[in-house]
Design a protein around this ligand. Structure first.
Ligand code: TYM
Length: 343
């Protein structure tokens, strides 16, 4: 069966790398959208372990984090009865399509990727792996294998999505209409949550600059509160949304509050108009963050308490994903001129 034909609803696909501890940035920018959109789309959420090995890593940690991230998908509200949750490396078609797409992706497109430049700059020039440069092609393969119509991600993935669209268009042009051209789905509020220790830099699960950089989804709640109370702000008092880089700390706290409460900006500014200072703002932001984390942590404990539960869901998810991926790959191989085996 052609994977296009079996598509009954529009699809989304997205993923998180099992590297570091998931932050409230991952939740607000991505996972929360997924939980919402799974009711509107046929959904595929993968733990992208092959992406996590593009920088130096520890195998034992990769193994533990892969399960942890899958359990967090569930804890954040992804329902395995309606969405497919799987591990990228369990579906070998991701690696194979990457190779095929590599051969039609101009090197210049990859050299322009800002995330590559940023990540490569953090390593010794002569130890940067080829996989790091190729990272966005693997991401394109993830998305294109499932003919995803939309990809719910944070703002930092915008350029990778554009590249995915370019690769899909190039393939369709060279070999005939094959791939769906996906759209990025980036939240209007909270698409780029900034570091609490340095609000001019994106909050990142792999950043280790300071223990006050990020609130992690599995942080003890009193620790999460402490981190927010310590967030870097400025010396003013005015609590309003503002693009001025000097005010980035307050703006970031307001955006977190906006994303988690769903209130409008004018409601929020009116609400804080009588606040006595940034301390009041921080206290309320900490309250809404903790209200979001508490049920996630509760569910996480339940899910991981059940021996073998996550692994068995991942096995089912891989089977379902592989069926679609294999079908897409068969079409791709055929279009590209590979002969079939006679078995
Ligand atoms: P990763 O693992 O860095 O992040 C996972 C998701 O979280 C979003 N995100 C944020 N959103 C708002 N504010 C932040 N500070 C923040 N930090 C991270 C990311 O945008 C992302 O949506 N390349 C991807 C993983 C990937 C993928 C894919 C995504 C691989 N294949 C296919 C979508 C489709 C990444 O590194 O995400």
């Amino acid at each position: 069966m052609n994977s296009h034909v079996s598509k009954t609803r529009k699809r989304v696909l997205s993923g998180v790398q099992p590297s570091g501890n998931l932050t409230i940035g991952n939740y607000i920018g991505a996972l929360r959208q997924w939980a919402r959109e799974q009711h509107n789309f046929e959904s595929f959420f993968c733990v992208v372990d092959l992406h996590a090995i593009t920088v130096p890593y520890d195998p034992a940690e990769l193994r533990a984090k892969t399960r942890e991230v899958a359990a967090l998908y569930l804890a954040c509200g992804i329902d395995p009865d309606i969405s497919t949750i799987f591990v990228q490396s369990h579906v070998p078609a991701h690696s194979e399509l990457t190779w095929l797409l590599n051969c039609i992706t101009p090197l210049g497109w990859l050299n322009r990727m800002t995330q590559f430049k940023d990540k490569a700059a953090k390593q010794q020039a002569d130890s940067v792996g080829t996989g790091l440069l190729d990272y966005p092609v693997l991401m394109a393969a993830d998305i294109l294998l499932y003919h995803a119509d939309a990809v719910p991600v944070g703002d930092d993935q915008r350029q990778h999505l554009e590249l995915t669209r370019d690769i899909a268009q190039r393939f369709n042009h060279l070999f005939g209409e094959t791939f769906t051209i996906p759209e990025a789905m980036i939240p209007l509020s909270g698409g780029r949550v900034m570091g609490l220790d340095d609000p001019t830099n994106k909050m990142s699960k792999s950043e280790t600059s300071s223990e006050y950089h990020a609130v992690y989804l599995l942080d003890p709640l009193d620790r999460a509160r402490k981190k927010i109370m310590r967030a870097v702000t400025d010396s003013g008092r005015d609590i309003s949304f503002n693009d001025d880089p000097q005010r980035a700390g307050v703006n970031n706290l307001l955006e977190i509050y906006e994303a988690l409460t769903g209130k409008t900006r004018s409601e929020i500014e009116a609400h804080f108009a009588t606040a006595r200072g940034y301390g009041d703002l921080k206290k309320e932001v900490a309250d809404v963050v903790i209200a979001a984390l508490e049920p996630i942590q509760q569910r996480y404990r339940e899910i991981t308490g059940e021996q073998g539960y996550v692994d068995s869901l991942l096995a089912q998810g891989a089977e379902r994903a592989a069926e679609i991926a294999r079908s897409t790959l068969d079409t791709v191989r055929d279009r590209m001129g590979f002969i079939k085996t006679h078995s």
